[in-house]
Design a protein around this ligand. Sequence first.
Ligand code: AMP
Length: 141
Amino acid sequence: MAGKIASGFVIFRKHSEKIEYLLLQTSYGIQHWTPPKGHLDPGESELKAAFRETMEESGLLKEDLKVYEDCKKVLNYEVKGKPKTVYYWLAELINPRAEVKLSDEHQDFKWLEIEEAMKYADYKDMRELLLDFEKYVKSLK
Ligand code: AMP
């Protein structure tokens, strides 16, 4: 059987000269820290699902974000023996007044600089993704 597909955004904000990434702590499983993401609905595009899931899981809206469509990475891992593919894009929080509002799926959130984000991210592929995205952010302008 084909695996599940999900998509989401690695969201950063520039906060008093710092670059901070949004990670959410799940209420399920090992309560790991992850960017907002979730499964595609039938017929839904990856990008549309990323916006919908981000809104549902963090309360951040499409208009709060600037998506860098050329900064995209795919993670592949197994969940309960079945393959899962997750597409992530980089996105910047451009509305400084937007507030994170969690759903029941998460219990906490943090805006973390890259060094801290690396400590919270439990999985090597996510840490590599964050480092790649950090390089991209630093190359901007
Ligand atoms: P998630 O895909 O984040 O909803 O998590 C579903 C399950 O996969 C949980 O048991 C996580 O601990 C696990 N998981 C999440 N991210 C990864 C990853 N990058 N590599 C391996 N397992 C993961």
